[in-house]
Design a protein around this ligand. Structure first.
Ligand code: NAP
Ligand code: G4F
Length: 347
């Protein structure tokens, strides 16, 4: 049987690297778009990376950029993928306040560029997955969010993804393209970017443990998220494109923890109990270290956002029925996986 061809934008990122592994396992020929950078940016793909001169490759990388229609269009026209997973994005919410125009160009117009390319190459059988996000929600009125919850974006990132969500739906309804939105809540892993809060914490606690760093400087300790594991979630990205019909679907754990609880769980992993004192910007976290109190967490204004999304928790209206929704990783398993990796790599 002919191999299915998948194209992944954002293949060098957290999700892209896990999804590529999953699709290779499923016997796909995987193409990925990478950006030119001044140093290697394929670190997360190390174990599946293949020599460009090898024959019968399972993974083929192409230079391209979502801000450059000609690059995207020529790749799509050449490889005619059966499935496109659009994971590329300027994905950092705080950074989107500093680079709103760029974020919008990549996340919003980038998605439109891919859809236009599908249309203009007449690839109406190509299935399209859009990496939508729980950042689309945000109204504290709704304690749990599902596919029917009204959107209320609070950042340039969220708003750029709102456009991408709707344009995906528009192209599905207008041209019959199999185009689906996976509305994924936060998902993390050892491969998470170092400036997202979970990885920042696991890395810092590991480095403090080995006396390589003194403090973890943090922003909003009380913010709550519904954190899953990226390994679990890429499976659902694939599943969404295997459905009979295109759809928009929430993927989440329906459990919620605060940034503070995440720090406490990581400390517990290395045998520390953290004690909090002070308020607001003066709050600190201390541990008992060799018989003395030692401050290891400090709050910094630098990491507060102009607008914050205080609490997220998702529960899909369809996943149980549609996907036999089962997650391998609990919150504790996620912390364990990330802490084990960071303790090993920061020793
Ligand atoms: P990530 O680790 O930040 O990866 C982003 C990827 O996009 C990287 O490969 C990056 O390339 C690439 N990229 C950035 N700008 C690009 C451009 N102009 N042209 C081409 N590629 C570009 O993100 P992630 O956590 O894997 O998330 C994957 C997708 O899901 C993103 O769209 C994100 O917004 C969305 N999402 C994530 C979560 C989550 O909790 N992780 C939740 C909901 C939705 P470089 O490696 O060169 O930087
Ligand atoms: O880890 P974060 O930066 O993730 P955030 O903003 O929730 O966005 C992530 O999840 C979205 C899905 O909901 C994705 F669409 C998006 O691409 C990205 O993957 O921050 C989580 C929370 C926030 O409330 C933030 O204010 O942690 C709080 N926080 C507290 N101190 C911090 C810090 N966030 C970061 N990055 N760094 C801090 O020092």
């Amino acid at each position: 049987m002919k191999k299915k061809i998948a194209l992944i934008t954002g293949i060098t990122g957290q999700d892209g690297s896990y999804l590529a592994r999953l699709l290779i396992k499923k016997n796909y020929l995987v193409h990925g778009i990478i950006r030119r950078s001044s140093s290697f940016n394929t670190g997360r793909l190390e174990d599946i990376y293949e020599d460009p001169f090898k024959k019968n490759k399972k993974l083929i990388l192409h230079y391209g950029d979502l801000t450059d229609f000609s690059s995207i269009n020529s790749i799509i026209a050449k490889i005619k993928p059966n499935e496109i997973y659009n994971l590329a994005a300027q994905s950092h919410v705080a950074v989107s306040f500093k680079t709103p125009e760029y974020t919008t160009n990549v996340n919003a117009l980038g998605t439109l560029r891919i859809l236009e390319s599908i249309l203009h190459n007449n690839l109406l059988n190509t299935k399209f997955y859009q990496a939508s996000t729980s950042e689309l929600f945000g109204n504290p009125e709704y304690k749990t969010q599902n596919e029917n919850t009204p959107f209320y974006t609070k950042s340039p990132y969220g708003t750029s993804k709102l456009f991408a969500y709707w344009i995906t739906k528009n192209y599905r309804e207008s041209y019959g393209i199999f185009a689906s939105n996976g509305i994924l809540f936060n998902h993390e892993s050892p491969f998470r970017g170092e400036t997202f809060v979970t990885k920042k914490i696991t890395r810092a606690i590991s480095r403090i443990f080995f006396n390589k760093q003194k403090y973890l400087y943090i922003g909003n300790l009380n913010s709550k998220r519904d954190w899953g594991h990226a390994k679990d979630y890429v499976h659902f990205q694939w599943k969404i494109l295997q459905q009979r019909k295109p759809m928009d679907v929430v993927i989440s754990t329906n459990r919620q923890f605060s940034v503070r609880q995440f720090i406490e769980e990581c400390c517990k992993f290395v045998g520390w109990k953290i004690k909090w004192s002070g308020r607001g910007l003066n709050e600190i976290g201390k541990i008992n270290y060799e018989g003395k109190e030692k401050t290891i967490v400090k709050v910094s204004k630098k990491y507060l956002r102009p607008n914050e999304l205080e609490a997220l928790k998702g529960k899909s209206i369809h996943t149980n029925k549609t996907f036999k929704f089962k997650l391998k990783y609990s919150f504790k398993d996620l912390v364990k996986d990330m802490m084990e990796y960071d303790l090993k790599h920061n020793k």
